[in-house]
Design a protein around this ligand. Structure first.
Ligand code: DNO
Length: 358
């Protein structure tokens, strides 16, 4: 298992690489080049410079997140073939520079979504990402985009301005796309890119819908165990894999995260995991908690045990943290609480490893 940390790039992330290097047991980063819009080819020379720069801080870049899938692919429009070609080229370019796993999602229009990016946690005065379906019902998609852009001074993954510029038009196009149609489009995409991934030794890992249910009437098909099974079965290849995000799937208490991890790692289809905790506050209302099990509703010990006992040898990272100690930074992606998260996950892992040997 390799422990990593999401990093947004020089000038785009206030956290210096040398700080990440100082986090115990952190082997590298999960990187992103978010200057490229969905559908664009990530140029090889830019990737090369990026990897060189991270390696110079003695950190690895074996995982890249958010090579976003163009909406035309999800919508199944004729122009999708061009974007699939571009995606294949990005996969090749990344593979040439040592990338082993690419995390993406297949959520129409929005990536993850919250109604508040800095809701105070009354118990300790820190703040974290928060979701309340009742609040969302009173908002238009445009309002949520504006609120998300305002709350943070930083670009947020999946909320790149150019991607959301023609929101109304794209939302309208989805009115004709059923869940079944979206699944067909997903299959078409996978059939287009997985052979290239196999050829160059990259695993594509789909990130689940966050929160784990449809929003704004848009179809969504990546948020239950059954749906994940359908997806891995669409193309039967280890390159067609999952990034299980405990907090995304865990936003729905009906999802048994421990079982999901055991099942898909058991099938050899778990390439990586985002690990974080959530606290349920009511029906479709939750906030993100510290990683510590008792601060939320997910059992981190059982989560790490599921990974350990099924022999997980992929990549893991602490996911969103709270904002603590007056840190100012990208919502969910501060240094302090995520570093505490790593320390805690390291502790659980060491106990499992040493306990397992006795
Ligand atoms: C949220 C992240 C996601 C993830 C993408 C992958 O904080 O985990 O944005 O990186 O869904 O495409």
């Amino acid at each position: 298992m390799k422990m990593t940390f999401r990093w947004y790039g020089e000038g785009n992330d206030p956290i210096p690489l040398k700080y990440i290097k100082q986090i115990p047991n952190c082997s590298g980063i999960m990187g992103v080049l978010d200057q490229y819009a969905a559908g664009e080819v990530w140029p090889e020379d830019v990737i090369a410079d990026y990897v060189k720069h991270v390696n110079a801080a003695d950190l690895e870049v074996e995982v890249i997140e958010s090579v976003n899938v163009h909406e035309d692919i999800k919508l199944g429009l004729p122009s999708r073939d061009r974007y699939i070609d571009n995606y294949r080229q990005t996969v090749r370019n990344l593979a040439k520079h040592g990338i082993k796993v690419i995390i993406y999602n297949f959520m129409p229009v929005f990536d993850w979504l919250r109604t508040d990016l800095a809701r105070e946690i009354p118990e300790d005065g820190s703040n974290s990402l928060y979701y309340d379906e009742q609040e969302l019902l009173g908002m238009t998609p445009q309002m949520i985009v504006e609120r998300t852009a305002e709350t943070s001074g930083f670009t947020l993954p999946g909320w790149e301005p150019e991607r959301l510029a023609d929101l109304d038009r794209v939302m309208k196009l989805y009115e004709d796309v059923s869940q079944a149609q979206l699944l067909d489009n997903f299959k078409y995409f996978l059939e287009g890119v997985i052979p290239t991934c196999e050829e160059v030794g990259v695993r594509l890992a789909v990130h689940p819908d966050d929160p784990a249910w449809p929003i704004f009437g848009l179809p969504r098909i990546v948020h239950t165990k059954e749906q994940l099974q359908t997806i891995v079965d669409l193309v039967d290849s280890p390159a067609n894999s999952l990034c299980v995000c405990t907090g995304s799937l865990g936003s729905n208490p009906a999802n048994d995260i421990v079982d999901i991890l055991r099942t898909f790692n058991g099938q050899g289809r778990l390439a990586c995991a985002h690990v974080r905790n959530v606290k349920y506050l009511g029906e479709r209302r939750f906030r993100e908690a510290s990683h510590f099990s008792d601060d939320g509703d997910l059992d981190m010990y059982e989560i790490m045990r599921a990974l350990y006992e099924t022999g997980f040898d992929g990549y893991i990272r602490p996911d969103h943290g709270r904002m603590i100690w007056d840190e100012k930074g990208r919502a969910g992606y501060g240094l302090y609480d995520r570093a505490l998260g790593i320390a805690y996950l390291n502790g659980l892992w060491e106990a499992l490893t040493k306990g397992g040997k006795r």
